[in-house]
Design a protein around this ligand. Sequence first.
Ligand SMILES: Cc1cc2nc3c(=O)[nH]c(=O)nc-3n(C[C@H](O)[C@H](O)[C@H](O)COP(=O)(O)OP(=O)(O)OC[C@H]3O[C@@H](n4cnc5c(N)ncnc54)[C@H](O)[C@@H]3O)c2cc1C
Length: 436
Amino acid sequence: MNREVWVVGAGLAGCEAAWQLALRGIRVRLFEMRPEKMTPAHRTGLFAELVCSNSLRGAALENAVGLLKEELRRLNSVIMSMADRHRVEAGGALAVDRWRFAEGVTQKITEHPLITVVHEELTAIPPGQPAIIATGPLTSESLADWIRAKTGQAYLYFYDAAAPIVTRESLNEEVVFAASRYGKGEAAYLNCPLNREEYEHFWQELKDAECFEGHLPEEKTIFFEGCMPVEVLAARGRDTLRYGPMKPVGITDPKGNRPYAVVQLRPENREGTLYNLVGFQTHLKRGEQERVFRMIPGLEKAEFVRYGMIHRNTYINSPRLLEATLAWRDTPGLFVAGQITGVEGYVESTAAGLVAGVNLARFVQGKDLLVFPQTTAVGALLHYIATAEPEHFQPMNVNFGLFPALTAKVRPKFRRYQALAARALRDLNSFLALNP
Ligand SMILES: Cc1cc2nc3c(=O)[nH]c(=O)nc-3n(C[C@H](O)[C@H](O)[C@H](O)COP(=O)(O)OP(=O)(O)OC[C@H]3O[C@@H](n4cnc5c(N)ncnc54)[C@H](O)[C@@H]3O)c2cc1C
């Protein structure tokens, strides 16, 4: 069987997916609505247009996104080969000449004899059509309606109002304590207690901190009550936070005292290596998030693996809907890739495109689908996507907190990251030897 498959969206994920399919001899119809219909952020009709920064972030292997890039190179990524070809000087980061990069990707894709490009907005996937949805954070309204009808309203999100995520190992264990409100259920939450003086100082600094100038004008209109930025709450009054995300009721510290205010941390992954600051979705600049949130007792040395943010972002509740192969659970032949799966960032979206492309090719060829080892950056990221706690699922950048721990303790952190990267590349090579 070698029927034509569809890929919807010629962004980073869609181009990578189409390329991987074509590499495996599969005929692809690639739908891209631009330039006929533009998104609020894209400027051209070029494929793989980078809508904001021209940086694909850190290049070194001791950086999880650097490792992810190296894995993608080993997996014959067209996006990585074009990024390396059109690299511009950017210190420790891999930045690209965005127009040459996008032109390079567009040319590679359009010239491939197995890929047919259709400049059209797709509004639905016909039943039984093998396809990958890779329409990104700015998925068109009509296709979003179709996805909403398929998933149910509750499983499709339009805005990302995300709280920062910190690593467990960076918390001050002498200060934070595990406790649930009124002692109910398992004490999965960690708590950072503040006395009155600490709270008032924190409140003052938060209220006066500098906010990020957003990408999209509509961001200003999205602050509905359920995901109000923490700094907006702070601006309402001295005690608003104490009656909101920092309320101390029902929480006592290990000595039996009730703090004046509390910041709760909720586990972000099953392994309990990452925690998010509950209710701390924020629009503060990254430097300001570090400065102000490290004033919270217990977070003095917090390592931020994802900063809080608020922006337009269409994504599905992947833990409820997708496998780590990126296959839609109850629809054989339908895959999802890119930022719409809940991965966050250019390189992560590319990785999701690559895996969806590989697996759709295998589906069409009647082969078993591949789940990448969790010890690799690709595998760790997709493991998170498929198994995160669905109730609080939020988009994620790749980071070493998602990886299974090493068998032996390695310090300092820099050496540990080197060891994790070495293990990842070793395991990827073995995996590829078994699954050519
Ligand atoms: C404003 C903004 C700024 C961002 N800044 C950064 C940043 O600086 N760094 C970073 O790493 N990430 C950033 N991101 C996230 C970034 O969008 C993703 O990392 C990446 O572009 C996602 O790749 P993708 O292929 O999933 O989606 P995209 O690259 O957006 O590609 C999706 C494609 O699908 C097309 N499409 C949509 N709907 C349809 C349809 N119905 N039919 C046909 N085609 C359709 C779109 O035109 C688009 O070309 C930003 C996102 C936004 C919205």
